[in-house]
Design a protein around this ligand. Structure first.
Ligand code: BTN
Length: 250
């Protein structure tokens, strides 16, 4: 499983602030080839979604950022890239954990059972109505055994040893495959695959609504093109849409 362009231009940093920040700074100085990867053993300022920090022990996990040039996507289509990358990381984890249930938790966390194994922070640089560059930051727990009670790692799930270089190589292959599918315009396939991999899709689950500070039993019906989640309230039958800050899974 070899990628053609993702990871061909590759830098490994023993320690850095954040691989996303490094790639963003590099872009200000020079032209950066599509598929360029900055990977790190440790981050002093690892960043997560919603302004959270991303903590990871030194030399135990995958911490990397990939530069893409998805100029074919308009600003309104940004969520398609997020979906394609989430599918790729989900398939990658599933390839290593064949017998486990690996799902995407909306919008793009990867879960094994009910525990998080990977997250991504995608930062897009826009020009006119299009995405000029996308910095795709990915953190995957590999060897770390001490994790939050809500998290897991490949080693915790399988008790196997992993080769970091091989893992990264395989990850690049899965990402490139999904990215090329996206580039070919197969949007309907990507949307369908995403929904089929979505944790809790079409199941009654409990959610917490931030604004009303109330719990709700509901079913995920789908995701809008702008990435908002549509949930059908189980008691009233009313459909609601939420963005990331408006809802929590319980
Ligand atoms: C999340 O689930 O909140 C997203 C986590 C993203 C973490 C990765 S690690 C490599 C890259 N560099 C960062 O600072 N963040 C991303």
């Amino acid at each position: 499983m070899d990628s053609i362009f993702i990871g061909k231009n590759y830098t490994f940093l023993v320690s850095t602030d954040s691989t996303n920040t490094r790639l963003k700074e590099l872009l200000k100085l020079e032209n950066v080839l599509e598929g360029t990867v900055i990977s790190a053993g440790f981050q002093t300022d690892g960043r997560g979604q919603r302004g959270a920090t991303w903590e990871s022990k030194a030399d135990e996990n995958i911490l990397l950022s990939i530069l893409l040039h998805p100029k074919f996507l308009s600003i309104q289509q940004q969520f398609l890239l997020s979906q394609a990358i989430a599918i790729a990381v989900q398939k990658f984890i599933n390839y290593y954990l064949k017998d486990q249930v690996v799902k995407i938790k909306w919008p793009n966390d990867i879960f094994v059972g009910n525990k998080k194994i990977a997250g991504m922070l995608i930062e897009n640089i826009l020009e006119a109505n299009f995405i000029k560059y996308s910095i795709v930051g990915i953190g995957i727990n590999i060897k770390q055994l001490e994790v939050l009670p809500t998290a897991t790692s490949l080693k915790l799930e399988s008790n196997m040893e992993y080769d970091h270089k091989q893992l990264e190589k395989d990850l690049f292959y899965f990402i490139e495959k999904e990215y090329l599918l996206l580039r070919s315009g197969a949007y309907a396939i990507i949307k369908e695959t995403y929904l089929n991999s979505l944790l809790g899709f079409n199941e009654v689950r409990k959610f917490y609504i931030t604004q009303s500070e109330q719990e709700m039993l509901g079913k995920i019906l789908g995701v809008l093109d702008n990435g908002m989640l549509t949930i059908k309230d189980d008691s009233s039958g009313i459909h609601h849409t939420f963005d990331l800050k408006e809802i929590k899974f319980l």
